[in-house]
Design a protein around this ligand. Structure first.
Ligand code: MN
Length: 303
């Protein structure tokens, strides 16, 4: 995606902890001649000087770091999060499956460098043996997040009512945000499934299965999910683009919900992201029709 990055000072420069706050504005091309600008907050050690002007501002930078040593289960992610937020650095930190800690950091170059210096030490209980740094492209993150942690429950209930559909529900702030997906989810990244936003449900409904006069409900899949993307939840949902990772029995890996029409009964597209869990050409709804609770299909439940 073509991207221009320009830096400009915040409307009202202020000093915090001796750091001058500036902001980075990323302009993303959306296609069809439309552009979207978003402010990526950042801070720099350089003092604001109207006289010094543009050349005095730090360049933006992005890095990926892999930190090895005794770095898990020592509060490394929380400490990195706190330091990144203090520095105005955006990105994420996660535990690797190989006992490493992995970091994506972007923002003003001096702030990113300061975070890298922190990674070489870590929190007091850590023993850092090695930090590998790769320079990468700025991605436009608007938050610093801990990745690889559950955000709560997800469930997909197959529901025969007036119309047959699947209800995708994600736990957000104590309720199950819900979308009715007429054709059900897909693991094929080429497939975009209409998902109509419907009313929130209670968490207690997640395990519900049963027949009714109009049809019935089975729990088609369930598990936990991780929030992803460059924007914090629930703001990502409010803005109409939410990325998440499912850990279900049938649905696994990254998905995106992209709003295509706002308002009442907002319309979204549910799309499988391209990752190791994608199954091009598959039809998971047809291939795996049984409830993950009872083992029955919706038709069997109704008999
Ligand atoms: Mn429903």
């Amino acid at each position: 995606m073509p991207r221009q990055v320009e830096r400009r000072p915040a409307a009202c420069p202020s000093e915090q902890d001796g750091l001058l706050q500036t902001s980075i504005v990323c302009t993303h091309r959306l296609g069809c001649g439309r552009y979207r600008s978003k402010v990526v907050a950042a801070s720099t050690r350089l003092r604001w000087s109207p006289v010094a002007g543009r050349e005095n501002r730090a360049e933006s930078a992005a890095i990926r770091a892999v930190v090895r040593g005794d770095v898990q289960a020592v509060g490394f992610r929380d400490a990195t999060l706190r330091r990144a937020r203090k520095l105005g650095v955006m990105g994420w930190v996660r535990n690797g499956e190989d006992a490493s800690v992995q970091v994506h950091a972007e923002g003003a170059a001096p702030a990113v460098e300061e975070l890298v210096a922190f990674l070489h030490e870590g929190p007091p209980a850590a023993r850092v043996a090695q930090v590998a740094i790769d320079r990468v492209a700025v991605e436009g993150h608007e938050q610093f997040a801990i990745r690889g942690v559950s955000a709560g429950a997800f469930v997909v209930q197959e529901h025969a009512a007036t119309a047959h559909h699947f209800d995708l529900r994600l736990e957000v702030e104590g309720v199950m945000r819900s979308w009715a997906v007429p054709k059900g989810p897909s693991l094929d990244p080429a497939v975009k499934r209409l998902a109509v936003e419907v009313e929130d449900h209670e968490l207690a409904h997640n395990a519900f299965e049963g027949a009714s006069a109009a049809g019935g409900v089975i729990v088609w899949d369930r598990g936990t999910y991780e929030q992803g993307g460059r924007v914090a939840w629930p703001q990502a949902l409010a803005r109409g683009h939410a990325v998440f990772l499912l850990h279900g029995e049938k649905l696994r890996g990254g998905f995106a919900l992209q709003r295509t029409r706002a308002g009442a009964k907002a319309q979204w597209l549910l799309i499988k992201r391209r990752d190791e869990h994608a199954q091009p050409g598959s039809d998971v709804v047809a291939e795996r029709p049984c409830s993950v609770i009872s083992g029955r299909t919706l038709d069997e439940l109704r008999q």
